[in-house]
Design a protein around this ligand. Structure first.
Ligand SMILES: [Fe+2]
Length: 505
């Protein structure tokens, strides 16, 4: 993504205090600083972002000196680093928790590269990434996986071990990368709810110490977006769920956003400015895929009717209740209208397919999802409907269960035009072991013909995309409360371009 002069300037400002510090090419240090692993992200046809953070003692940030530290990086065409493609120096500054974000460029499209960092006489683990295909290039096949919701305390991240063994061009994370609260007994965080910058940094650091997560990060480039728990449960823009005062909450949000940026392989476009961080962006993968990553948290109107599972109340219908905010809505419109890709993908957080949780004549909606924002939802359906010749697939997280849905012009009438397929991924660990079905979903599925599948176990979703067919495999594990669960494809689905209804494969 191109960066405007203004954004460069803002980035420079954000780093100004850091740049006034002396630069130290850290001399030999006994402690290995790369305890949080390495990551890559935001692949473009000529590069990607390379990430690491210096943290010899991840839970003791004071163990790092309050100086800038020079970090070397190199990118090779082979795993043994015989043929170096690019190398350089980056600065790890204390103002960004000694994180490193290298925007590598000048590489060749659609090929694998290996990267590593050096600091203090230590060498980081090696990661790899694949650059995106050249603009407009024909792409026969693209494979990626997506995941969400990794509550540290509720389960082990076995799913990532399996994901790292897949042959994937890309990994997408749809939010709840950290949780601001504990709630669980499988592992402990040492602290219940977090509030400050130091708290959020430590929570990210703790999560990043997981070896299976590190493995998945090292294995392929990632595209990330957040949901609510990166800040606080079910927050809406500047409104805290349980009434933390607005000013106080915005300060907390600024700290949470900063820690998020510090720990993710994001570009400079996403350097936070106070309580604002631009996360919506789009990436093209040749002529095959255009991915629109959305942010349904930062700009949304408050949940209506008291949030939770509720019957609609008058507030629910208010026509200007937004989920994306008008700026992001227009941006999405433009991006969809100008797309020439075979498939447009929306990477976002919350269910778009209508879910009526009442098995009888009443309506019962999750007020935090798109079902709780009918005007915004209808607008999105109309936008997609207006570009019928294009093929949209929506990827969703949030609800700790696998769902498959069809977005129809009339939500529950599957004879009306289908404007998008939606694949909802389950959690990596949130919710514990889970079960194949629940009583509530068994009852609600018959009155929701637009919903084609449900499963309540943990795992991730693998997608294989070609110009002629989209295939989705639900890769699930039977348990996360103890290690070593095998993975299995529990269900597979295909989508044909031009049709968009989902077929069980
Ligand atoms: Fe979650």
């Amino acid at each position: 993504m191109a960066i405007s002069r203004r954004e460069w300037f803002q980035t420079a400002l954000a780093l100004a205090s850091a740049n006034s510090l002396p630069l130290r090419a850290q001399s030999q240090s006994a402690e290995m600083p790369f305890t949080l692993g390495v990551a890559s992200g935001e692949p473009s046809p000529d590069g990607a972002v390379l990430w690491t953070r210096l943290a010899p003692k991840p839970m003791e940030p004071a163990s790092m000196p309050n100086v800038n530290i020079r970090v070397g990086w190199e990118i090779a065409e082979d795993e043994a680093f015989r043929k170096i493609a690019k190398k350089g120096k980056a600065v790890a500054s204390p103002s960004l928790a000694h994180s490193v974000h290298v925007e590598a460029a000048g590489l060749r499209p659609a090929r694998w590269y290996w990267y590593r960092f050096t600091a203090g006489g230590h060498r980081s683990p090696v990661g790899r990434f694949r650059t995106a295909p050249a603009p407009g290039a024909n792409v026969d096949r693209f494979r990626f996986a997506f995941a969400s919701c990794q509550q540290w305390t509720q389960g082990l991240w076995t799913a990532y071990q399996h994901m790292a063994e897949e042959d994937l061009d890309l990994i997408i994370h749809l939010g709840d990368y950290i949780y601001e609260r504990g709630n669980g007994t499988v592992r402990t965080t040492g602290r219940e709810e977090i509030f400050t910058l130091a708290d959020y940094r430590n929570r990210h650091a703790l999560y990043k110490t997981d070896p299976l997560l590190q493995k998945a990060h090292a294995r392929a480039p990632w595209l990330v977006t957040w949901d609510d728990h990166e800040v606080s449960n079910n927050y809406a823009s500047d409104i805290h769920e349980k009434g933390q005062p607005r000013e106080e909450f915005l300060k907390r949000r600024a700290w949470a956003y900063q820690a998020y940026y510090e720990h993710m392989p994001l570009r400079r476009d996403s350097v936070p400015q106070g309580p604002a961080l631009r996360l919506h962006r789009r990436l093209d993968f040749g002529s095959l895929l255009r991915v629109h990553m959305l942010d349904t948290r930062q700009f949304r109107a408050d949940q209506s009717c008291g949030d939770g599972l509720k019957k609609p109340c008058p507030e629910w219908r208010e026509p200007n209740r937004t989920l994306l905010g008008s700026g992001q809505e227009e941006w999405l419109d433009t991006g969809l209208r100008s797309s020439k890709a075979h498939w447009d993908v929306l990477g976002q957080q919350i269910l778009v397919t209508l879910q009526d949780f009442d098995a009888g004549p009443d309506d019962l909606y999750n007020m935090d999802s798109w079902s709780g924002y009918p005007a915004a939802r209808q607008k999105l359906v109309e936008t997609l409907q207006a570009r019928k010749q294009r093929n949209t697939v929506i990827l969703t997280g949030d609800v700790h269960a696998s769902w498959v849905g069809q977005l129809h012009q009339e939500a529950q009438n599957i004879k009306s035009d289908c404007v998008a397929a939606e694949f909802v991924g389950t959690s990596i660990s949130s919710g514990g072991d889970g079960a194949d079905t629940t009583e509530r979903t068994e009852k609600m599925l018959p009155v929701n013909p637009q919903i084609r599948y449900f499963n309540g176990r943990r795992g991730y979703v693998r997608c294989e995309v070609t110009p002629k067919l989209w295939r989705t495999d639900y890769r699930l594990v039977d348990y996360v409360t103890r290690p070593g669960a095998p993975v299995a494809t529990k269900a597979s689905f295909t989508v044909e371009p031009g049709k968009l209804t989902v077929e069980r494969a």
